[in-house]
Design a protein around this ligand. Structure first.
Ligand code: IVH
Length: 680
């Protein structure tokens, strides 16, 4: 009995520590511990919960990870409707709104709150007795979808709130995908040849409305809370500004750029500064929202036709332009897909010159009725590839040409097909040079073999010189061959060869990803590397074997089998093997790390260290096989005490854990280091 109590206490302690670090990382963007330390805390909590399932609670940080797919979303009734906003597209329209409010209030003075209008998806989060119980979409404003399970995966949404929070309340906010996350998601989708998301808003909405919340969990979604829906059982502040500070104190993520403004002119200045600097922000905003600060005045003003009179969306000017579509070009991708793109007459849009735009596939071009020679409206949003919004039909002369995909590959002249159920046309020739070059570029890229110094340009030069016909040829290059290339100096040639040699030891997951199997992106590659201990074992798997792996559907299974069936691909694998590229999981390393001098020893550092920074000290410990923990527990072997130690020292003394002075720590590292040299 006592034991269970101890476990319960540790579980609670872990949850508190993890929640604190979650808050530092996801809400404040200011982590205090390394990812590895965080993972270790999560691992301990998961293990304790697995051993004691009766102690799992819905607000435990372990419960954020996806749950089994649900049949369909349930419906949630909103006790107070979620309203939409009226728009102002110019200063005049904003001034007219301000005047109207002023008149309705009989000329009384009122403050304004200005905040960015985030381009995402509105959600309502309900907390009862300190716990998140429901998360819902806006829906029609009165009834939304129950997406609680998915919203729980967003780390900046607190699963529980402190005791001083009202017993029942609802907050509202905007779920969004930061620009960088959006870009990465689309890059991954492009590699897996999945349709791209048109903008971060669609990507966020698509991610949140997944029936399988483990997919949502893998998307880097975030949230800004922008208001309190309602609260019961406790008084809350009476201005919007103070409510936002109050919500912040309860642990909610509030936009740091929200500002209290006294007048219409000040609101205009706020808008102007955003128009100038919006590109710098890590998220997409399509305007600002101006709100009357006093809640009493908001109530007096009330709503009209689903829109509050006390707030308005003051939009940013659209970053659009018009230009002429000169032609439609075709890129042939790594898997043979024919990707059309627009060749435009260069035009300046929002300070950037655009001369090409994405055109996803033939169907898309026809759906929008885009013709070669058309005047078109182009649009760019943040870092997103520019796109064509629509043709300007009224400017047609009759000379425009309707586009159709070529029947032969523009690179190698082979037949082009459009597989059943797919949007893309494909070149049927596996030896198509464009595929080969794209495959080599993919092989050396960051997430794949990550060969430093071998970029797209060098790949192209090596390919054109006939030195590298497939990725495996990279491992057979000689220095003389490299030196024959234009602008290749002796030192760079050595560096390139070193990087190539170094890549022979990449993880199995990277090798699988680097092979460029259709539909096998980074995440699937990792999953496959967990299932198979070598490329050979994976190559032998039948479609049925592959389909039994969770998350691997028939499309991926078929693509893997087809990949290994191709003789050319098998030859590349043989060449990689002969060159010494590791095609197995790294078992050897695991065994070795058990033999390292500090294996099994866990260190916790407290206070400031004189000889090196904390990350350096941790790296040294890890290099010698030890672990660096963040929290003193019974499993801790040593607590290293620096200057001005924190509470960890007291805890170590209480638990009777050995402490090391800085000198003793250095000595121990030295000794272990000496041992390491002897070992190797
Ligand atoms: S206030 C009645 N504040 O814009 C007040 N909305 O067009 C309504 N939005 O549905 C919301 N950022 O999804 C508010 N700082 C912000 C916002 C914001 C984005 C969205 C929200 C709303 C839509 C209205």
């Amino acid at each position: 009995m006592r034991d269970v109590n101890k476990v319960k206490k540790r579980i609670e302690e872990l949850r508190e520590i993890i929640n604190y670090h979650n808050y530092r990382y996801y809400v404040l963007d200011s982590p205090e511990i390394s990812d590895a330390e965080y993972d270790e805390l999560m691992r301990e909590l998961r293990q304790l919960e697995a051993e004691h399932p009766e102690l799992v609670t819905p607000d435990s940080p372990t419960q954020r990870i996806g749950a089994p797919p649900v049949e369909a979303f349930g419906v949630v009734e909103h006790p107070q409707p979620l309203l939409s906003l009226a728009n102002a597209f110019s200063y005049e329209e904003l001034a007219a709104w301000h005047k109207r409010v002023s008149n309705l209030l009989g000329g009384r003075q009122f403050d304004l709150v200005c905040e960015p209008k985030i381009d995402g998806l509105a959600v309502a989060l309900t907390y009862v007795d300190g716990l998140l119980v429901t998360g819902a979409t806006r829906g029609d404003g009165y009834r939304g979808e129950n997406i609680t399970q998915n919203l729980r995966t967003i780390r900046s949404i607190p699963l529980s709130v402190p005791g001083e929070a009202p017993p029942r309340f609802e907050v509202r906010g905007e779920v969004y995908l930061p620009k960088a996350g959006f870009k990465k998601l689309n890059e991954e989708r492009a590699k897996e040849e999945l349709p791209l998301f048109a903008n971060p808003r669609n990507a966020a909405a698509g991610s949140v409305r997944q029936l399988d919340s483990s997919i949502t969990a893998r998307r880097p979604l975030d949230i800004f809370i922008y208001g309190l829906g309602w609260a019961e059982g406790k008084a809350v502040p009476n201005t919007h500004w103070e409510i936002m500070q109050y919500l912040k104190s309860l642990g909610f993520k509030i936009n740091p750029n929200i500002a209290l403004r006294r007048s219409l002119d000040e609101a205009e200045k706020y808008h102007q500064s955003w128009v100038e600097s919006r590109e710098k922000f890590p998220y997409e905003a399509d305007g600002i929202v101006v709100k009357v600060n006093s809640i009493a005045l908001q109530q007096e003003l009330g709503t009209v036709a689903h829109e509050p009179r006390w707030a308005i969306a003051y939009k940013f000017p659209a970053i659009q332009g018009t230009t002429k579509l000169i032609d439609i070009g075709i890129n042939v991708g790594r898997t043979g897909s024919l990707n059309p793109y627009a060749i435009l007459e260069p035009v300046r849009v929002g300070g950037v010159v655009i001369s090409s735009a994405a055109l996803h596939n033939e169907e898309d071009i026809h759906r929008k009725d885009i013709r070669i020679g058309d005047w078109v409206v182009v649009q760019r949003a943040g870092d997103v590839i520019p796109e064509i919004v629509e043709p300007i039909v009224s400017r047609r002369t009759g000379k425009e040409k309707i586009f159709s995909m070529p029947g032969r590959c523009p690179v190698c002249g082979s037949e082009v097909i459009k597989p059943e159920g797919e949007a893309m046309h494909r070149c049927t020739n596996a030896a198509c040079p464009s595929q080969a070059l794209e495959r080599i570029k993919h092989f050396v890229s960051r997430g794949a073999m990550d060969i430093d110094g071998v970029g797209e340009k060098l790949c192209q030069a090596l390919f054109e010189a006939g030195l590298v016909k497939d990725a495996a040829d990279l491992y057979y290059l000689s220095k003389e061959q490299l030196l024959d290339l234009e602008r290749m100096a002796d030192k760079s040639a050595s560096n390139v060869l070193n990087s190539i040699a170094e890549s022979k030891d990449r993880s199995l997951a990277r090798v699988i990803f680097a092979l460029g199997i259709l539909h096998v992106g980074e995440q699937y590659a990792e999953l496959l590397a967990e299932q198979f201990h070598s490329i050979d074992q994976m190559a032998e798997a039948s479609q049925e074997d592959l389909s039994t792996i969770p998350s691997i559907g028939p499309k991926i299974a078929e693509s893997i089998v087809a990949f290994f069936r191709q003789k050319g691909n098998r030859q590349i694998i043989e060449k990689l093997r002969k060159a010494g590229v590791r095609l197995e999981r790294e078992k050897v390393k695991e065994a070795q790390s058990k033999e390292l001098p500090l294996a099994g020893k866990e260190f916790v550092l407290t206070g400031k260290l004189e000889s090196f920074s904390r990350p350096e000290a941790e790296a040294k410990i890890k290099a010698l096989g030890g672990k660096a923990g963040s929290d003193v527990t019974r499993k801790t072997s040593y607590v290293v005490v620096g200057t001005d130690p924190g509470s960890k020292l007291a805890k170590a003394e209480k638990l009777g854990i050995k402490t090391l002075s800085q000198a003793e720590f250095l000595e121990l590292l030295d000794k272990a280091g000496g041992k390491l040299q002897k070992l190797s």
